[in-house]
Design a protein around this ligand. Structure first.
Ligand SMILES: CC(C)(COP(=O)(O)OP(=O)(O)OC[C@H]1O[C@@H](n2cnc3c(N)ncnc32)[C@H](O)[C@@H]1OP(=O)(O)O)[C@@H](O)C(=O)NCCC(=O)NCCS
Length: 326
């Protein structure tokens, strides 16, 4: 059913099958340029990863589990939206449309309501203009962000003094202590975002760590470092990187013991991690952060990390009451 804002009437129609192959080629280019290019720091690696992502979500033989729609306005073709469904969320995987963002959101809201979705989740590449305009409509909150730091720009901040924190390879003992604390911390995040019981959050957290580090400290590609306070030589936390050849590394975790937070050691540890990567010829350091982790987000923003992809949530407001003759 058409939905309207003053002056704009939009409709969603099935996307023409004849245009799918061209759309898919364009989607591949968007992912390569806006998502995997910045994350990989290498053209070839970005092309491979973009291909894998698009093959999974938008196979050449046609979409399964996601749906592509044509957007029509009063003048005809106004673009497309690519949607999916995850439990009670309507996911917007990507969009490109010439209509005003608030009108597009009204259309999506109507579509969400028709499918009993209770929230719209915008899974967006930061450089994509239409979803950037959607994200700017008031009411979205940040669920998570994936950010990158360009290491080729040099150390960034001018520093006269040595870092307050130094990085050392973890020992088996420090790894065990780190893992216990990290599993606990991640389970807390899962519990607060997914609203599940503690035991379920803990199982989920343990399983994710086992999958990521099947050989513990010796898991291929993973680098687990103690964060040591230079002045006291006390281990105050951990930095966990994955090296993603040829050019990138990804921060899986940066963790400071609660008593060591807020005095500059986290900033120093991330800077030292960036330097560790730079010295090994890497040009990009990526990481993901949950939206509610304001301390970490402020830290990464101030160090010059920029958002590449993010997920934003917009709760679908209750339907207006139906009025009419009694
Ligand atoms: C995130 C974390 C690593 C930051 O380390 P830290 O040593 O506490 O941070 P620093 O003292 O170096 O502060 C660096 C910047 O972080 C931000 N920050 C730190 N604590 C903050 C707080 N409580 N509220 C808001 N911003 C905060 C500030 O921008 C600060 O810069 P400023 O001091 O110039 O204002 C640490 O808090 C931590 O281990 N948290 C738990 C694990 C975690 O969330 N890791 C990140 C996963 S993505």
């Amino acid at each position: 059913m058409p939905r309207s804002l003053p002056g704009v009437t939009l409709q969603l129609l099935p996307f023409p099958a004849a245009d799918y192959a061209a759309w898919r080629t364009a989607q591949l280019a968007r992912r390569r340029r806006w998502q995997f290019g910045p994350l990989c720091g290498d053209e070839e690696a970005a092309a491979v990863q973009a291909r894998t992502a698009v093959d999974e979500l938008a196979p050449a033989e046609g979409l399964s589990g996601t749906k592509l729609h044509r957007v029509l306005d009063d003048d005809g073709d106004a673009g497309w939206v690519w949607l999916s469904r995850q439990e009670s969320d309507l996911l917007v995987l990507d969009a490109e449309a010439t209509c005003p963002a608030d009108a597009l959101l009204v259309l999506l809201e109507s579509h969400a309501r028709a499918g009993d979705a209770t929230a719209i989740v915008l899974d967006r590449m930061a450089a994509a203009p239409t979803t950037a305009a959607l994200a700017a409509v008031p009411g979205f909150t940040t669920v998570s962000q994936t950010m990158v730091l360009d290491l080729s720009a040099g150390p960034g901040e001018a520093r006269g003094e040595p870092e307050a924190a130094v990085l050392r390879p973890m020992t088996e003992t420090s790894f065990d202590a780190y893992l216990d604390a990290a599993i606990d911390e991640y389970a807390r995040e899962i519990r607060s975002t997914d609203h599940v019981a503690w035991s379920e959050a803990l199982d989920h957290s343990r399983k994710d760590y086992e999958d990521l580090l099947p050989q513990g400290l010796r898991s291929a590609g993973h680098v687990l470092l103690d964060v040591v306070e230079r002045s006291t030589q006390v281990t105050v936390g951990a930095l966990w990187l994955e090296v993603r050849p040829p050019s990138a590394a990804f921060v899986y975790d940066v963790y400071l013991h609660p008593g060591a937070r807020g005095v500059g050691l986290g900033r120093s540890a991330v800077r030292a991690g960036a330097e560790w990567c730079r010295q090994r010829g890497l040009s990009v350091l990526g990481l993901s952060v949950l939206g509610h982790n304001t301390a970490a987000r402020a830290l990464y923003d101030s160090l010059g990390f920029v958002v590449v992809v993010e997920a934003l949530r917009w709760p679908v407001p209750p339907a207006p009451p139906v009025t009419g003759p009694r």
